[in-house]
Ligand binder design. Structure first.
Ligand SMILES: *Cc1c(COP(=O)(O)O)cnc(C)c1O
Length: 424
């Protein structure tokens, strides 16, 4: 079985041969690999080729693939039922863990993906405020919900789709899009439309236009303006929750949003999302309040168990200083390799999430992210893949490290990256 044969077959059965667009490698050229299995920081394709993995399933796998503690917990749960459709005790345990860690979250509702979390948080914000406009930032991706696919990052940025057909103008018109890190644009918008704005949704550290950090004062200005106009501030921490620190970006920057969207790491590789926030707002969600939101598989015990095992390991071992160390080691190494070859680049990094941009410009929003040399990125990606290093198949994404990456793995990856870069 080759990657090519299977992908040809996949294309006959699934649009583009994939279940999510960026997996088709369209932005970087070359042929997608079909995964056979993975363990720790390594992944193998169906041809038996091994890769050191810096994609890590796009973020959830902070403990690496098939961490023994997560596997053991899931094996035990397997024999006790896969889904009940009623409340189970594990939901309470995981909710308690999230509430204890995330500074602004007092209550949570579990859903099955990050998209569901943002979609539901927006509905709640509209229901709570009785207003209809949503402010988002160019290059931020919040899942594929209609009203949030306007000027979105991630796959939408990668494919160059301006929004998407299928989202009616009337819906797109309710979303106001502003440049990331632009406080002045924000102030002007609030002056004009402030009384009609239900919420501002933001990636407090952006990951979906590549990693982009908030400038000093940006998140604080967001907090101040939303409060002033009684709009809700929603942090989309689907990537950053339990990734950049135990309390997410909100703890790191000491800014408390009204609502927080969660996903990725909280499920430890199982499909899981959540939204949460202040009790006063969360109590408006059905059945306690009138704002409807539901799910057959919500609170799924397998997802809960996977999340509990993952967060327990994070809480007990505090791996963040270690993740910082190996991430710095990797980024310093990559920077050295690229500089030696005279390749202009810039690395934006927070803890174990980062992006290598091929530009001389400082990258602080979507338009500066787009100055990266995409053709060079494609070559870089393909050369790395050939040498056995897997990174996200798009410029506009973050690389992720895990506790399963040892310093020796990083050294080995740097050797492979060095060989790859010398070949381009
Ligand atoms: C991945 C992501 C989402 C969407 O989550 P899914 O589980 O893919 O639906 C939403 N927001 C951010 C910031 C993300 O990175």
């Amino acid at each position: 079985m080759t990657n090519r044969d299977l992908f040809e077959k996949a294309k006959e059965l699934m649009p583009g041969g994939v279940s999510s667009p960026v997996r088709a490698f369209k932005a970087v050229g070359g042929e997608p690999i079909i995964v056979s299995h993975a363990q720790g920081c390594r992944l193998w394709d169906v041809e038996g080729k091994e890769y050191i993995d810096f994609l890590m399933s796009w973020g959830p796998l902070i403990l690496g693939h098939s961490h023994p503690r997560v596997v053991k917990a899931l094996e035990e749960q397997l024999r006790k039922g896969l889904s009940y459709g009623l409340t189970n005790a594990h939901e309470i345990t995981l909710a308690q863990m999230i509430v204890s860690a995330m500074p602004s979250v007092e209550m949570v509702r579990f859903v099955s993906s990050g998209t569901e979390a943002t979609m539901s948080a927006i509905r709640l914000a509209r229901g709570y405020t009785g207003r209809k406009y949503v402010v988002k930032f160019e290059g931020c991706y919040h899942g594929h919900y209609d009203g949030l696919l306007v000027s979105a990052g991630s796959g939408v940025a990668t494919l160059g789709i301006p929004g998407t057909p299928g989202v009616p103008e009337e819906i797109a018109n309710l979303t106001i899009v502003l440049p990331y890190n632009d406080v002045q644009a924000l102030e002007e918008t609030f002056k004009k439309y402030g009384e009609s704005i239900a919420c501002v949704i933001v990636e407090p550290i952006a990951g979906n236009m590549g990693t982009v950090l908030p400038k000093d004062g940006f998140l604080q200005a967001l907090r101040k303006l939303t409060k002033e106009y009684s709009a809700l501030l929603i942090f989309d921490e689907v990537i950053t929750n339990f990734r950049v620190s135990k309390g997410g970006a909100q703890e790191m920057y000491s800014v408390d949003p009204d609502l927080t969207c969660m996903g990725k790491v909280i499920g430890g590789g199982m499909p899981l999302g959540a939204y949460g926030g202040k009790k006063e707002i969360m109590k408006k969600v059905a059945p306690e309040g009138p704002i409807y939101q539901a799910g057959t598989l919500s609170g799924n015990p397998m997802a809960m168990i996977s999340g509990i095992a993952t967060l327990s390991e994070l809480f007990e071992t505090n791996p963040y200083p270690y993740l910082e160390q190996i991430s710095q080691q990797l980024c310093d190494g990559i920077s050295q390799i690229l500089s030696d070859k005279g390749i202009t680049h810039r690395i934006n990094r927070v803890g174990s999430m980062f992006t290598v941009f091929f530009t001389e410009k400082e990258v602080f929003d979507y338009s500066t992210a787009k100055t990266s040399n995409l053709e060079l990125f494609g070559k870089f990606f393909r050369a790395l893949l050939k040498e056995g290093v897997l990174i996200p198949p798009s410029q506009f994404e973050a690389w992720f490290l895990s506790t399963a990456h040892t310093k020796e793995d990083i050294d080995e990856a740097l050797n492979r990256i060095d060989r790859a870069v010398r070949s381009i």
